[in-house]
Design a binder for this molecule. Structure first.
Ligand SMILES: Cc1cc2nc3c(=O)[nH]c(=O)nc-3n(C[C@H](O)[C@H](O)[C@H](O)COP(=O)(O)OP(=O)(O)OC[C@H]3O[C@@H](n4cnc5c(N)ncnc54)[C@H](O)[C@@H]3O)c2cc1C
Length: 604
């Protein structure tokens, strides 16, 4: 990575909540360089030729075909984007990794799950935590697709509570190997992988330990049948049984008891990549939906002309646009943070680990937001297709089923919501993000007399940015008071945490969308960004409504009497529009543009 891209003053993870970001500082899809654009083109070409054209094979549970496509992806270099050059990879930056992950995932959830499981959780634990020998031995094979990886964390009794697994690792008398025994469940790529990352407990250790285990049926490894699933039909998902499987001591990952940390840090990367992997599916579903809406005639007019359909098309486009805005903003933050750490003397391995860990809050936010957007988009896609939407012969039905898994794996959305707020509170306690100062200021503002001046909102997004700053105050007011009230016991007030998480998510998504659009409007002119401006305004409008709903729910759950009245008044003040946007006109503008182009055209 070139040194000129190393910026010292980038926001730290979670700081978006308390610091203003100038729009010039956010990275957008429009900022992709020539190399990245070419990579995107070749990814789209691969998907159209190999995956999209063969959707029936994926639907018909052709697991072998998924493997063949993975091998082709390996031959074309798609599996090696994130792998350092020293181990046979391309060593490209985090943005490029996200880009491939995004565009390769649009055709079928079966392939994107196989791709994500292999390049993410199947390979990353070794690139991030492996010894030099482990990396030299395994990573080149994984980077080319000669070998495939799988990740064995979940067990029948250990899902969200990932550290509670019962799989055991027992050291042999001669101390040369561990003998692993246990049952793992829901393992993606199990049917064709050559290597498992396995988490097991040594003696009565508090934390599990990670191991690299080669797939050898002669070594006590057996598989359950393929799971019968709602979607992602050709993604191989099986149970894996280890029965005194011998694993050389040198195949331990990192140190004894470090497995939970490895598992969680790998999942951070997995989460942001999963968010990216939900973007192209949204674009393609939007394209199919708008094509259908333009062609389907009812009441002697294309259904795309009906306001009811326009509202859906607009929402689909906004979802994809907001997801892109937030994903690539965070991706570049991570890339820059890694560059800063490398410049400071960290190894690439340490830098990547810490760089991603730094933005764990954003990774959880993105995972939740974008996985729910793809679900809503596919759902409305079915609705636009009407009866045909329910048919397995049309593209929407499978897209909807495939989308559903994203809310479950890589940590369920409930867990990720609670993690996002929990991690932020912890960062504040450790002094890494100053929430206390801004929260106190909000408290003082609430006690003071509100300003009755009419602000000047004539500049583009002046009112929207002011509103976003006030939404942040809502979060600080709610979370600050909740922390004061409950202290460490806040953890057990889950519905409050979920409401706070929704506020946090909307702030990040809305801010990213507005900043991206402002940046592009500054360089291209407002006229060129007219539709994007409409999308940003509409996203924020919906976000404000959600913040009001969730804020109220949170406040009344723990505040009473005067305190409650004051906070509800604050909520009203902080979410007030001076100029209400005409949301119907905005929706029509967006939908009409998408209908005119017959596709989604806003991805830079
Ligand atoms: C198709 C598929 C592929 C998968 N691939 C892999 C893989 O490759 N490797 C792997 O290791 N795992 C994999 N998984 C497992 C996946 O990560 C887990 O299913 C997921 O983490 C949830 O665990 P669980 O299924 O045990 O649900 P549970 O943990 O039992 O959760 C059930 C419900 O309870 C909620 N819940 C749980 N704990 C709490 C809590 N503390 N507070 C509030 N709510 C809570 C959850 O949010 C959820 O709604 C896969 C799963 C599927 C379905």
């Amino acid at each position: 990575m070139s040194t000129e891209t190393v910026k010292k003053d980038i926001l730290r993870g979670g700081q978006f909540l308390v610091k203003e970001t100038p729009s010039e500082d956010v990275f957008t899809l429009e900022d992709l360089n020539e190399e990245q654009r070419m990579m995107r083109e070749s990814t789209i070409e691969f998907v159209d030729r190999e995956l999209w054209a063969n959707w029936e094979r994926f639907e018909n549970k052709d697991y072998e075909f998924t493997k063949q496509c993975m091998q082709k992806a390996g031959e074309l270099g798609f599996l090696s984007i994130a792998v350092p050059e020293a181990y046979g990879g391309m060593g490209m930056g985090f943005v490029s990794t996200m880009l491939v992950c995004d565009y390769i995932s649009g055709a079928t959830g079966s392939f994107s799950t196989a791709f994500g499981a292999h390049t993410g959780i199947g390979t990353l634990p070794i690139t991030l935590y492996g010894t030099e020998e482990q990396k030299k031995k395994y990573v080149p094979k994984l980077a080319t697709g000669e070998w495939f990886g799988a990740y064995c964390l979940t067990e029948p009794g250990a899902g969200s509570d990932a550290n509670s697994g019962k799989t055991k690792a027992v050291l042999s008398k001669d101390k040369k190997y561990y003998s692993i025994t246990g049952q793992k469940m829901w393992i993606s790529n199990a049917g064709f992988c050559n290597l498992f990352i396995v988490f097991a407990r040594i003696e009565d250790d508090k934390y599990i330990t990670g191991f690299i285990v080669e797939n050898d049926p002669e070594n006590g490894i057996s598989l359950g049948e393929e799971e019968k699933k709602l979607g992602i039909h050709s993604s191989s998902t099986r149970q894996v049984f280890f029965n005194e499987t011998k694993v050389p001591v040198e195949n331990m990952l990192s140190e004894r008891g470090n497995g939970f940390k490895i598992a969680m840090n790998t999942l951070n990367v997995g989460r942001i990549k999963l968010a990216a992997a939900c973007l192209e599916a949204q674009r393609r579903v939007t394209n199919e939906a708008v094509k259908y809406a333009n062609e389907r005639i009812q009441f002697e007019t294309p259904i795309a002309n009906f306001g009811a359909i326009k509202a859906k098309i607009a929402q689909m486009a906004i979802n994809a646009y907001a997801g892109e805005s937030a994903c690539y903003r965070a991706a570049k933050n991570i890339e820059d943070r890694i560059a800063i750490r490398v410049a400071e003397g960290n190894t690439h391995q340490e830098a990547e680990l810490k760089g991603v860990e730094e933005y764990a809050i954003e990774c959880s936010i993105l995972k939740v937001a974008v996985s729910e957007d793809v679900q809503n988009t596919t759902d409305e896609g079915i609705q636009i297709f009407g009866g045909m939407g329910f048919s397995a012969d049309a593209p929407m039905e499978k897209a909807w089923r495939d989308a559903r898994i994203s809310r479950i794996y890589e940590g369920t959305n409930e867990i990720n919501r609670m993690l996002a707020v929990g991690m932020l509170v912890k960062k504040a306690m450790k002094g890494h993000v100053d929430l206390l100062g801004p929260a106190t200021a909000v408290g003082e503002e609430l006690m003071g007399i509100p300003s009755f001046e009419t602000p000047d909102f004539s500049e583009l997004f002046a009112e929207e940015k002011d509103l976003i700053a006030r939404l942040k105050k809502v979060f600080l007011m709610v979370a600050g008071s909740a922390v004061q009230k409950f202290g460490p016991d806040l953890e057990s007030h889950q519905q409050l945490l979920l409401a706070a998480a929704d506020i946090l998510i909307e702030i990040y998504m809305a801010e990213s969308t507005v900043l991206r659009t402002e940046k592009n409007a500054k360089r291209e002119g407002e006229a060129a960004q007219e539709v994007q401006i409409a999308m940003a305004k509409l996203y924020l409008y919906e976000a404000v409504d959600l913040v009001i709903k969730k804020g109220k729910e949170a406040i009344v759950s723990f505040a009473e009497g005067d305190e409650q009245r004051m906070m509800l008044m604050g909520l009203k003040r902080f979410t007030k529009y001076t100029n209400q946007p005409n949301v119907v006109a905005l929706r029509n503008k967006i939908a009409e543009k998408v209908a005119e182009e017959n596709r989604y055209t806003f991805d830079g």
